[in-house]
Structures are given as structure tokens and as C-alpha cells.
Ligand binder design. Structure first.
Ligand SMILES: [Mg+2]
Length: 190
């Protein structure tokens, strides 16, 4: 499985090395950035599968940029690069949801497997999020419809089936999702 990747490092030579390794494995490098601000902008535009991000950079460091990128869901996964590993940064990385951590100099044999796994888990996590969102929406729609049915039954002296039928007809006639019609009845009853 290949993926779309953004590389972020203030040293052009490091970016070039990583790009070379990734392209040799047929990954698609969609952009390069030299600081955290550029990184955020690039990810906002490209929504990559993965960002490979240096921690120590001018203007905005890699940890701060990662926090923003993951919070806004601009990328599915981030791997951090650093010259040394310290506890404080690792704690932050865990808290922000970073997928992996590589110590420079970067070796191809450690980069590629980590990239592969980070893209796969990031993609899977995104799929779960989407299905959870759909499920939550479905549940809240169902609640709204139930509530609207109750209101219509009382106001128009209809049976439950009739109330539901009315909602369905309105939904079709107005070309509007049934949950939105239901919401109108619920909102106007408050
Ligand atoms: Mg640096």
C-alpha cells in the first residue's frame, strides 16, 4: 500500500534524503515544508496520509505543528524525527496521537516499515471515526424522529403510524431528509 506523504524538516538535505527513500518505495511525496507553519498550510491543502516531521525547526516546532494538524484532521498520521529522544517530547507525542518516532540519522530500513504501518493504522483509525460519526448521526436522527412523532400525535391527534407517515410524506414532498423535518417539529415545540 502506497500513500501520499508530506516531508517537513528545516534541513533541505534531510528532506532530500527522505524523499529519495520514499520515492524508491513508490510513495507519493506531495509536498515539502521547512517549518511548522508551512507544514500546517501544506497539510490543510493536501490532506496527506502521512507527515514525516522534524521536531526542531524555526518559527513553529514540529510538535506544535503536529498538535494542530492532528486536531484539525489535516493528516491521517504523523511520524516525528529528532536528533535525540527526550522524555518530555515523547510524552507530548503520545498525548497528541503521534504514530511513530525516528531518531536521526534516518535509515531506510527503519523508515519504510514505520511509514507503512503509520499509513495503515492512520487510515484504519479514520475509517473508524467516519463510521462512528455515521452511527452517532443515525442515533440522533432516530431520537429526533421519535420526538417529532410524539409531538405530531398529540397536536394532530394521530396514531404513531400516521404521525410517521406524515413525516415521511413531508420529507418526500419537501425533498428534505426526514430527520430535518423532524427537527423542525421538535424545534417549534420548544
Ligand atoms: Mg531541525
Amino acid at each position: 500500500m502506497n500513500g501520499r506523504i508530506v516531508i517537513v524538516d528545516d534541513e533541505p538535505i534531510t528532506r532530500m534524503d527522505i524523499r529519495g527513500m520514499l520515492e524508491a518505495e513508490n510513495y507519493n511525496v506531495v509536498g515539502e515544508a521547512a517549518d511548522g507553519i508551512e507544514a500546517i498550510e501544506l497539510c490543510k491543502t493536501h490532506h496527506p496520509d502521512l507527515v514525516i516531521m522534524d521536531i526542531s525547526m524555526p518559527l513553529l516546532d514540529g510538535l506544535k505543528a503536529s498538535k494542530k494538524i492532528l486536531a484539525e484532521k489535516y493528516a491521517k498520521a504523523i511520524i516525528l524525527l529528532t536528533a535525540y529522544s527526550d522524555k518530555e517530547n515523547i510524552e507530548k507525542a503520545k498525548k497528541y496521537g503521534i504514530s511513530g518516532y525516528l531518531i536521526k540519522p534516518i535509515m531506510e530500513k527503519s523508515l519504510t516499515p514505520m511509514v507503512e504501518v503509520a499509513i495503515a493504522t492512520g487510515t484504519k483509525a479514520r475509517e473508524y471515526e467516519v463510521s462512528l460519526e455515521k452511527l452517532t448521526k443515525k442515533l440522533s436522527d432516530r431520537k429526533l424522529i421519535e420526538k417529532a412523532k410524539g409531538i405530531i400525535m398529540v397536536e394532530q391527534n394521530l396514531s404513531e403510524d400516521q404521525a410517521y407517515q406524515l413525516l415521511r410524506e413531508l420529507s418526500m414532498n419537501k425533498r428534505c431528509p426526514i430527520a430535518e423535518i423532524a427537527e423542525m417539529f421538535v424545534a417549534s415545540d420548544d
